[in-house]
Design a protein around this ligand. Structure first.
Ligand SMILES: Cc1cc2nc3c(=O)[nH]c(=O)nc-3n(C[C@H](O)[C@H](O)[C@H](O)COP(=O)(O)O)c2cc1C
Length: 358
């Protein structure tokens, strides 16, 4: 029995019941603590057909951890052990902040969804930097993305300076960077998704960061609540600005339209956003003629979900909510299912399948 199957058996036999019996945020904290405490073991090597190279970075497989799960980079080794091909850590803010008042995460189990209005609780960049340095020194086999957001008390004229400070301090520690302008829980953040504001932001960030800090690919994380025309304008702006990739997508503020009724405010994730995410991926892929790599994130809970995001145009995929409902063996299951789907479809690699359903 592999270490992951043992962890999974423990999860299915009693841990899931115990965690689901707690408030969602407490369960999240306990999960991170347990993951950080597991003695390190080497995960099995992935088959070469699952590997993919993007921006000069080798990904052992295309399944990544989505931002939000490990905001302060406390369980990096755990993500590697569960078999993820990369992990996106954050959202990290420049200064520490507490986020919104509790309660701020709710489960919607009948829809295999979560709602959160966390508002970027973060220990801040100075707390995260030494953790990543330490893990890099010890050696890590998967790429690490760092996801950046501004502090909630930063006025609009200081937003570019917040992103610049993050890039300057943490950029050199990242394999790639994700600029998060799409969280629904930081008032005003999504206004930076507009092409005009985006151009202003990227110009200011480029001006205020050193070349060495900027040497990493920079991706933009977008919201699922964009109108189609706005999405197309964002794609054109991303191409014009030389943005290296798009992460589609963050949580949605929609409810009825995705079949969820809930009194809780905030961003909805999980199964209800699966189809919307796939539409976005296909639209971005088609509109950019595959020129910008896409990380598809939203609703993935099986190999088939990941496969269809890839076929719609995603070169990499990520998940968060699926892990909560399906448990720690999900990543291994998706990888083995993807290898089967590749084989049965006659594909020799993931990149051959990217965008074939466009
Ligand atoms: C509790 C929670 C916290 C999140 N926090 C962040 C965050 O800090 N930054 C971010 O870019 N996305 C955040 N997300 C969004 C996820 O990264 C992802 O885009 C979204 O949940 C859709 O993927 P999923 O359906 O697999 O969960 C969060 C999601 C959840 C459920």
């Amino acid at each position: 029995m592999s270490p992951v199957s043992i962890i999974d058996a423990i999860y299915r036999l009693f841990l899931k019941r115990c965690l689901f019996g707690c408030d969602a945020e407490r369960a999240h904290r306990m999960t991170l603590r347990m993951l950080a405490a597991i003695p390190a073991f080497t995960p099995p090597r992935d088959g070469p057909e699952l590997g993919i190279k993007l921006w000069g970075i080798d990904f052992p497989n295309p399944i990544g951890l989505a931002a939000g799960m490990d905001k302060d980079a406390v369980a990096i080794r755990g993500w590697e052990m569960l078999g993820f091909g990369f992990a996106e850590l954050g959202t990290i803010t420049p200064r520490p902040q507490a986020g919104n008042e509790i309660p701020r995460i709710w489960r919607v189990p009948e829809r295999r969804a979560l709602i959160n209005r966390l508002g970027f609780p973060s220990k801040g960049m100075e707390a995260v930097a030494p953790r990543i340095k330490r893990i890099r020194k010890a050696g890590i086999s998967i790429p690490l993305a760092l996801n950046f957001g501004p502090n909630s008390d930063t006025p609009p004229e200081g937003i570019a300076a917040d992103y610049s400070a993050l890039i300057e301090r943490l950029g050199p520690l990242a394999d790639f960077i994700v600029i998060n302008v799409s969280s629904p829980n930081t008032p005003g953040l999504r206004t930076w998704e507009s092409p005009e504001k985006m151009s202003e932001l990227f110009a200011a960030v480029r001006e205020h960061t050193s070349e060495s800090a900027r040497g990493r690919p920079v991706l933009l994380k977008i919201s699922p609540d964009l109108e189609r025309n706005d999405l197309f304008r964002i794609c054109e702006t991303a191409l014009a600005l030389g943005i290296e990739g798009i992460v589609a997508c963050n949580t949605t503020v929609a409810r009825e339209v995705v079949g969820v009724s809930s009194p809780h405010p905030g961003g909805l994730s999980g199964r209800p956003i699966l189809i919307r995410t796939r539409e976005l991926i296909r639209d971005i892929y088609t509109h950019t003629r595959g020129q910008i790599p896409i990380i598809g994130v939203g609703g993935i809970a099986s190999a088939e979900d990941a496969w269809l995001h890839i076929r719609a145009g995603a070169s990499l995929v990520e998940l968060y909510t699926g892990l909560i409902y399906e448990g720690p063996a999900l990543v291994a299951r998706i990888k083995s299912g993807l290898a089967d789907l590749l084989r049965s479809g006659g594909f020799r690699s993931i990149s051959e399948a990217v965008g074939i359903d466009r």
